[in-house]
Design a protein around this ligand. Structure first.
Ligand code: ADP
Ligand code: ZN
Length: 737
């Protein structure tokens, strides 16, 4: 397919010629249209009439002419954006085949920019003015703060109004005083030019060697992938920015994927220091105006670097030379709804089509990546030293079987002593607990009933900070009742077990004079507020940080010297394929938060099973040995990355119907027998009901060499599935809930 497209890539279609258009509508074929007066090219973005509506599409190939000529309509207009490149067409096709997503679904991912059909024009945007305001109000303050903090983003009046939660008259008032200015701006202005020749930080010789190797890979101008492995704080970012610089020198674009959008602001500042200007950004926190600008400028190569979330992989780069996937092991790279894809794998696919480089950076790579590097499929560059005097923290266990614990308390006497020592020295401690909210379980003391979600088979989690109960599956919230919903007893509901909020309560009692700060994704109103809090903590606003998984992600706390993991056994209990790998990664990442600056760090894992092999591996810190043994176990079991898995979830309102369909599918799986695949299930999914839908899982396992996707497609399409049952197929599933 790709050859054909390349061959035709400059093809023009003049007035009235037949073309095949791919639209974003859920129709499983291309639609024929006549080219408009001004003509179209292969890859042109167009608007076409479809029934009574107009929809967006892309001219995909010449028309087939197999449709009634008299019924063929004419393309309404050709959009004022660069044509989709043949490489992008091929990427969407291949990614669609890999993830079993119809092409129109892939095109939807690639056209997630608002205003594609807008004509080029001027718009009014707002910026901070140079005069002071005469009378400050909270509303005015919010407006000014947003404009100050996000000077790199454009806001229309409507966007500013929403972001600051004010009325338009507040903004107008500020404008009349000169504290805010109104500017006429062309809709999409190019991003400031980055300068790859500015000096980097003075690199250590190990960093320089690593950087040189990455630069060399970029200069090869062909596809290659490198695992950049280095412990936290070893300067991986510094080193891959060398590759970005090389890419810019060659006049190509670079994409940097980061897992946590709350980190972007800090990260953009870092890039500004390195290259003189801030790059473009693409994630859910970006305004629509800015998204539109980013999409267009990327297509015109007027955005040299994009920092983004996984969806930025589908931006229309004109000349993509490098994709960096930072913290490549991070689970957030897997999209778990809609199109199920792994951004890490798609990055590799895209770069291989674009003849570009990929850098997968991590302190604790995923087993897949580790194996690919081990077998030589990927290059590998290691950074083993921490930058400066910072040392890897020593890690110890606290055996909870020996610690006298009071009721409803989770900080052991030994850990308490360690925290007190840090308080005396004015150093920071981090208490890690991967559980949001106040308590995971709320139970009635009289009848023993646990408060659950009505829509899901999940418990309701008390969030005392917000004053309600919440289901972590569906997000449903409700008031904490006074009486037990099941037996009616008054004032009998009790919290069982700790969440971060409850741990904070305990810490406040145990360390009455300490400043305590909780970092958990749901405590905070916005990415902005989270950023503020992280900044504050880094500069010493807190003595004790209490955090969930959120803290494991790349934040830099220079004053932190102690990490206490409250419940190391929690992650090991998951019992799925990746429980060991995940625990290992998470514990090492969390421990890595300590001692990043010039102070030595130490980490304690509270555990009931210090003899568990994974716990031992974490302490020993021999990562190669851990990966080797994990790889060996997976190889023996024929599990990924040595074999292939696909997770099939059927869901629907009626449990019996869902089970019957699943059973029928499993009993009639000859297409899968042909490729020697094993079919497991059907079984109720671990979370058997979400939002009122019953969920049933089937697992398909095959060897690596088979055509798993096409067989699955044939199998699936051979059944007529009732309308109220949805099937999703997850290739290379990461989670098994
Ligand atoms: P990683 O990405 O491996 O966690 P970073 O690149 O973020 O490491 O580096 C950790 C810290 O050390 C950062 O604050 C960074 O600015 C600093 N750093 C790393 N290398 C150097 C260097 N050669 N000169 C000065 N500072 C450095
Ligand atoms: Zn629920």
């Amino acid at each position: 397919m790709s050859d054909q497209i390349k061959h035709n890539s400059s093809q023009n279609f003049s007035d009235g010629e037949l073309v095949s258009v791919l639209t974003t509508q859920p129709i499983d074929r291309f639609l024929d249209y006549k080219a408009p007066k001004e003509g179209v090219k292969l890859g042109s973005y167009v608007e076409v009439p479809l029934g009574p509506r107009k929809v967006i599409g892309v001219v995909w190939c010449a028309g087939k002419g197999d449709y009634d000529q008299n019924k063929i309509r004419t393309i309404s207009n050709r959009l004022d954006v660069p044509e989709m490149r043949p490489e992008m067409m091929e990427f969407l096709s291949r990614a669609g085949r890999y993830t079993l997503t119809p092409l129109n679904g892939m095109l939807k991912l690639a056209t997630r920019a608002p205003g594609l059909t807008d004509p080029p024009s001027m718009k009014i945007v707002y910026a901070k003015g140079d005069r002071d305001v005469d009378r400050m109000t909270p509303a005015r303050e919010r407006v000014l703060k947003i404009l100050k903090d996000t000077a790199d983003m454009q806001f229309t009046g409507k966007e500013l109004k929403e972001a600051a939660n004010v009325t338009i008259s507040v903004i107008k008032g500020l404008v009349s005083q000169g504290a805010v200015t109104e500017l006429e701006s062309p809709r999409d202005i190019p991003y400031a030019e980055l300068d790859p020749c500015l000096p980097s930080k003075k690199l250590t010789s190990a960093q320089k060697d690593a950087g040189d190797r990455l630069r060399k890979n970029i200069r090869m101008n062909t596809y290659n992938t490198t695992l950049l492995r280095g412990i936290t704080g070893s300067g991986k970012t510094e080193v891959y920015l060398e590759a970005v610089a090389e890419c810019l020198l060659l006049g190509k674009q670079a994409l940097i994927l980061i897992p946590e959008i709350a980190l972007t602001v800090e990260f953009l500042d870092r890039l500004k220091k390195r290259f003189g200007q801030k790059p473009a950004q693409w994630h859910s926190g970006v305004t629509m105006t800015e998204k539109r600008r980013c999409w267009r400028m990327v297509a015109e190569a007027k955005a040299q670097v994009v920092v983004g979330a996984r969806s930025s992989l589908y931006l229309p780069f004109k000349n993509l030379g490098l994709i960096v996937v930072d913290e490549e092991h991070d689970t957030s790279y897997k999209q778990e709804d809609g199109v199920l894809y792994s951004a890490r794998d798609m990055a590799v696919m895209r770069a291989s089509i674009e003849q570009g480089s990929v850098i997968l950076a991590s302190a604790t790579p995923s087993l897949e990546t580790w194996v690919n590097a081990d077998t030589g499929k990927y290059n590998r560059v290691d950074l083993t030293e921490r930058f400066g005097d910072a040392r890897i923290p020593e890690i110890f266990t606290i055996d909870m079987r020996d610690q006298p614990m009071e009721r409803n308390s989770w900080i052991s006497p030994q850990l308490k002593e360690e925290v007190e020592l840090r308080l005396e020295r004015s150093e920071q401690s981090l208490l890690f607990l991967n559980r949001r909210g106040y308590a995971p379980i709320t139970v009635c003391r009289k009848c023993g009933d646990q408060l659950g979600c009505e829509q899901c088979d999940a418990r309701m989690v008390e969030h005392r900070f917000h004053g309600h109960l919440m289901c972590h599956q569906c997000g449903e919230t409700k008031e904490m009742p006074n009486t037990c919903p099941s037996c009616g007893e008054v004032d009998c509901l009790t919290a069982v077990g700790p969440g971060v909020e409850r741990l904070a309560e305990e810490a406040q009692v145990k360390f009455p004079n300490a400043k305590i700060s909780v970092l958990s994704s749901d405590m905070l109103i916005s990415a902005q507020a989270l950023k503020e809090r992280i900044k504050g903590i880094a500069s010493g606003d807190a003595d004790i940080i209490i955090g969930t998984q959120l803290v494991a992600k790349g934040h830099n706390f220079p004053l932190l010297t102690l990490v206490g993991v409250i419940d190391s056994d929690l992650a090991l209990m998951g019992g799925d394929l990746r429980a060991a790998e995940r625990t290992f990664q998470l514990m090492r990442q969390v421990a890595g938060r300590a001692g990043r600056a010039d102070k030595k760090g130490i980490a304690f894992l509270q555990t009931h099973q210090p003899e568990h092999p994974v716990v031992k591996a974490i302490l020993k810190g021999d990562e190669e040995e851990f990966w080797q043994s994990e790889a060996q176990q997976r190889r023996l079991a024929g599990m990924p990355p040595f074999g292939r898995l696909a997770g099939i979830i059927l869901k629907g309102p009626n449990l019996n119907n869902v089970f019957n369909v699943a059973n029928h599918m499993v009993k009639n799986a000859q297409t899968l027998d042909i490729i020697n695949a094993q079919v497991f299930g059907p079984a109720p999914a671990p979370i058997a009901r979400v939002r009122g839908n019953h969920r049933v899982r089937i697992l398909v396992k095959s060897s690596k060499e088979t055509m798993l996707q096409s067989s699955l497609m044939k199998w699936r399409n051979s059944f007529k599935i009732p309308k109220d049952i949805q099937i999703s197929i997850d290739i290379d599933p990461q989670s098994f809930y």
